[in-house]
Design a protein around this ligand. Structure first.
Ligand code: ADP
Ligand code: ADP
Length: 226
């Protein structure tokens, strides 16, 4: 686990449009931060800068005590869960889970141990040999989370992971992520536009507007009406 610090973080896209500005957040070890705000407010840009999928225009991102501005995505000790699952269609669930670890040279026995733990946590043990196309949406999203868990990363980044699921499944998966959070206590940054997800999951909420922090606090503090 690790703390994450965003210091004066900003993003100006080619062409000069500012997407994020002056963002300062100290995320404690094991803390679950949810980023909310209207479409276009910069949530995804911010998350992608932390992930290393988008270059940083201003300020810095620290993970633990390392400044990671120039560190490649694969070397950031962070695992990201995407809304489109990003599973490899030609691989079985087991291969999808193992792939990233294999690439990093993790020993086979260790890969098997981690795949077993992740598939127990996510209850996907029964379809480890299936291809993603033979899974339901909820099962696919569990596999996508499994791929993040097996990495045992310092932090999880979630980019609207439940927004492709139907309403009923979204409720169930929201509670599963809550359980996961209780069990693993991994530092997390979670983007959503769903208020229930935000309230259920967040230790603290960050409300972005026009690329800047409008409010930051516990769900109670943020959603309390004056
Ligand atoms: P959100 O995730 O909150 O919907 P985004 O981070 O996707 O917001 O977008 C923030 C702003 O940056 C928007 O004005 C969007 O149009 C702009 N933007 C996003 N991606 C790019 C890009 N690749 N090039 C230029 N502008 C972009
Ligand atoms: P792993 O399973 O270990 O994440 P991958 O080869 O799938 O390994 O991913 C390598 C890097 O690319 C990771 O940092 C991951 O966050 C990123 N990545 C994976 N899938 C996507 C995607 N669909 N879009 C953008 N980035 C991705």
């Amino acid at each position: 686990m690790a703390s994450i610090t965003l210091k004066n973080l900003g993003k100006i896209y080619a062409g000069g449009a500012r997407a994020v500005g002056d963002v300062n957040i100290d995320i404690a070890d094991g803390e679950f931060i949810v980023l909310v705000g209207p479409s276009g407010c910069g949530k995804s840009t911010l998350l992608r800068m932390v992930a290393g999928l988008e270059s940083i225009s201003e300020g810095e991102v620290r993970i633990g005590d390392r400044v990671v501005n120039e560190v490649e995505p694969a070397d950031r000790d962070i695992a990201m869960v995407f809304q489109n699952y990003a599973l490899y269609p030609h691989m079985s669930v087991r291969q999808n889970l193992a792939y990233g670890l294999k690439n990093r040279g993790t020993p086979k026995a260790e890969i098997e141990r981690r795949v077993k733990i992740a598939s127990d946590i996510l209850q996907i043990g029964a379809f480890l040999d299936r291809k993603p196309r033979a899974l339901s949406g909820g099962q696919r999203q569990r596999v996508a989370m499994g791929r993040a868990i097996v990495r045992e990363p310092a932090a999880f980044l979630f980019d609207e992971p439940l927004s492709n699921l139907d309403a009923k499944l979204r409720v169930a998966m929201r509670l599963e992520i809550k359980q996961l959070q209780k069990r693993l206590r991994t530092t997390s940054l979670y983007v959503t536009h769903d208020q229930l997800e935000a309230m259920t999951l967040a230790d603290r909420l960050v409300v972005l507007n026009g690329g800047r922090i409008e409010q930051i606090g516990t769900p109670l503090e943020v959603y309390r009406r004056p």
